[in-house]
Design a binder for this molecule. Structure first.
Ligand code: ZN
Length: 471
């Protein structure tokens, strides 16, 4: 019995699914011994060849350029045996079937075969002898693997990494302080290192990541993928973050404004579920907005839409962090609130007592004191609700959303301190037909928002890449 370096696999229904790698690893197989078997194999092979003379010449060249390799026993093919009863009769089929049966069902993990194990089969694979020597049949796609998404939330103080499924549901996450070093290349290398560690924990190879999303707080150029001087990352100036991550991971990378990413996350998994027109307001240190209109994120020119924190709600009012006067953020942002509390909080108020002195007072102390019934804190929260209603009236008249979800401070303050007074004031300043059906609700994702938001950005990667290529 003569053995060959070529594995034969056209004698069974499973042959067309054999990859070049599994062929290499399958035990050596004999050629068919009888002329009858040869004729049968020719008939079954020809059915798959509609243009075989031309294809044969091309494939023979490919075949001739291949180098012989010693065959090994075993295979890493991880899928179930697909042999039909009574059809796999040859030694080749039996060997492959035995290998597959031994491997069994794919493991329940984030992806299919690791790229280091079964290497994304693209090539062929059936070889067969006779008058046509060493013909390799065309490739058949490998069974699809579940996409794995990687999300990076580049927060002001925390860096969050998350692995998720194709829908953007977080499966595993890790968080650390952002800790910028002043050297963006070193910072990005560290982020990539953390990402690889997270992938290793989940048993996923880096090349199995389908797309990466980065939720970015500061200014960036959506066309070039450059991060432009974010205030929380000193030393970052025109950093080509998208290109650097694409080089490292070899998959599409998408940068998204953090408020937009949060809006997508709340829309898909939180307070905006089911809405076609949804507005999300981040209301922590600063105030930002994300707009989902007509079931799709709306970015506007140069991704500038949704900057609701800088809508003027008081002409010639307080100075905002952006340099303008009277912006909503100057009245509703946590940083602005803290500045105000340090100036106007009475020393005897509960706010000052909770903070250990008004110099340390923040929005957290204000909300807590208001819940405890402190008169000064209640008055400050009424002022807060008033300015929030001003901002939302502009938002509703401009966009007529179905749902407006409010983030951190209003959510912490709750119904009595914020939501009820805001709805009441809006009711007096909106047309009924505009206000009808409008829901103003707390955000729902809480601590899970960072992971969801970064993965929501990853889901945008393919669409963004296609749009770049189309333009
Ligand atoms: Zn502003």
């Amino acid at each position: 019995m003569r053995t060959s370096r070529w594995a034969v696999s056209k004698f069974s229904p499973i042959s067309s699914t054999v990859t070049s790698q599994s062929v290499k690893r399958t035990s050596a197989i004999t050629r068919p011994r009888s002329r009858k078997a040869w004729r049968w194999s020719l008939a079954t092979s020809s059915a798959a060849f509609s243009h075989w003379p031309q294809r044969t010449r091309r494939l023979k060249r490919r075949c001739a350029s291949s180098k012989a390799r010693p065959l090994e026993s075993g295979s890493n093919w991880p899928y179930e045996n697909s042999v039909q009863p009574g059809r796999a009769a040859t030694p080749a089929a039996s060997a492959i079937a035995a290998t597959r049966t031994r491997i069994g069902t794919p493991p329940a993990r984030l992806s299919g075969p690791s790229c280091t194990e079964a290497a994304r089969p693209r090539d062929v694979s059936t070889v067969w002898w006779g008058r046509l020597e060493r013909v390799i049949l065309p490739a058949v796609d490998a069974p699809p693997r579940a996409p794995v998404l990687l999300g990076v939330d580049l927060g002001g103080t925390k860096l969050q990494l998350a692995l998720g499924d194709a829908e953007g549901r977080p499966l595993r996450a890790r968080r650390r302080p952002t800790e910028p070093s002043g050297d963006p290349a070193a910072d990005v290398a560290r982020i990539a290192e953390d990402a690889r560690a997270l992938l290793a924990e989940a048993g996923v190879a880096a090349c199995d990541v389908s797309a990466i999303g980065v939720s970015v707080p500061g200014p960036f150029d959506p066309d070039t993928g450059m991060v432009l001087r974010p205030p929380n990352l000193p030393g970052w100036d025109a950093v080509p973050l998208r290109a650097w991550l694409e080089d490292r991971f070899g998959c599409p990378v998408h940068l998204e404004n953090d408020a937009n990413a949060a809006a997508l996350a709340e829309w898909r998994f939180g307070a905006g579920r089911g809405a076609q027109h949804f507005v999300y307001l981040t209301m922590s240190t600063g105030v930002g907005g994300g707009l989902v209109l007509g079931g799709r994120l709306y970015r506007g020119v140069r991704a500038g839409a949704g900057e609701l924190g800088h809508v003027p709600i008081e002409w010639q009012g307080d100075v905002c962090s952006c340099g303008l006067r009277g912006c909503a953020e100057a009245y509703l942002g946590g940083a602005s609130l803290a500045r105000r509390l340090r100036e106007v909080t009475p020393p005897e108020s509960r706010v000052a007592r909770l903070a250990g002195g008004r110099e340390a007072a923040t929005a957290v102390h204000l909300v807590e004191a208001a819940k405890q019934g402190d008169p000064f804190a209640l008055a400050e929260m009424a002022r807060y609700a008033h300015y929030l209603a001003r901002l939302l009236s502009v938002t509703v008249f401009a966009l007529a959303p179905e749902v407006i979800a409010l983030g951190t401070i209003p959510t912490a303050a709750g119904e009595a301190l914020v939501f009820e007074p805001v709805r009441r004031q809006l009711g007096a300043h909106l047309w009924p037909r505009v206000a009808s059906g409008l829901r103003i609700v707390p955000a729902e994702l809480g601590d899970a928002l960072a992971s969801h938001a970064a993965l929501a950005a990853a889901r945008e990667a393919f669409r963004a890449r296609d749009e770049r290529h189309a333009s």
